[in-house]
Design a protein around this ligand. Structure first.
Ligand code: ZN
Length: 240
């Protein structure tokens, strides 16, 4: 594979999150079915007998490849598609203390995503917490004890719902907290700008640190340091 292809694939996976089981985040999944989000526009649905369906976003609408969809332009598999509900910032603010009072006991955390970018609405809570794996498992138990439904994801993350709002919590090692927060804050455009500027200098901005041209990994202590390293002017979250 060409170098440029490798880079664009890496950026793609970096931004989209690949192969995540989203079944537990759906409000009304079909019994026995499983949905895996391949990327933002593609979902693979597995039925109870192992049947596989592909649901793809076409002209801003989800379309299934099953026979039923072809004739009716809808099918039961649409229940396996995530709802793009956006929640007002004020509503999220009213809910977040419930989870943050627990997170605070386990380590440094940050609410990232569009909330941190001070957008008026967000589709989910997107947290990063710096703690070890053992603590992360205890954290899950405590969240479930207060009724926050959690299903483990891959990559050391967990996801579920706080009231009707989806919540993702990503674990990082303490030294990788800054780059993990930077990545989870976005925006997508800002992440691409950082990745592109880094590449021009033979560097990579990764979730666990910044890889220098000689291959050493460094762990910036502030987001400003990352912008400085790749040679971009600092942007505060609301400007990203
Ligand atoms: Zn279908």
């Amino acid at each position: 594979m060409e170098r440029s292809n490798q880079l664009s694939e890496r950026i793609h996976n970096f931004l989209e999150g690949d192969g995540k089981d989203i079944t537990s985040t759906l409000p009304n999944p079909l019994p026995g079915y499983k949905a895996v989000q391949i990327n933002k526009t593609k979902i693979e649905v597995t039925g109870e007998k192992g049947q596989l369906y592909t649901i793809e976003m076409k002209r801003s609408r989800w379309a299934c490849n099953c026979t039923g969809f072809k004739y009716r332009s809808t099918c039961k598999h649409m229940q396996m598609v995530p709802q793009e509900v956006r929640h007002a910032r004020e509503y999220l603010t009213s809910l977040k203390d419930q989870v943050e009072v627990i997170l605070a006991k386990f380590g440094q955390y940050e609410l990232c995503g569009s909330y941190r970018r001070e957008k008026a609405t967000s589709k989910d809570f997107d947290y990063v917490i710096a703690c070890d794996k053992a603590a992360f498992n205890v954290l899950r138990t405590e969240l479930e004890a207060v009724g926050i439904k959690i299903a483990t994801g891959k990559d050391g993350g967990m996801s579920g719902h706080l009231a009707d709002v989806p919540i993702d919590i990503f674990r990082s090692d303490p030294e990788s907290f800054v780059t993990m927060v930077l990545w989870r804050t976005g925006s997508k455009e800002n992440n691409i700008a950082l990745a592109t500027a880094a590449k021009a200098k033979g560097m990579q901005v990764l979730r666990d640190g910044v890889k220098m041209p000689d291959g050493t990994m460094i762990h910036p202590k502030t987001e400003q340091e990352v912008f400085d390293l790749v040679g971009l002017p600092y942007k505060k979250p609301s400007e990203r």
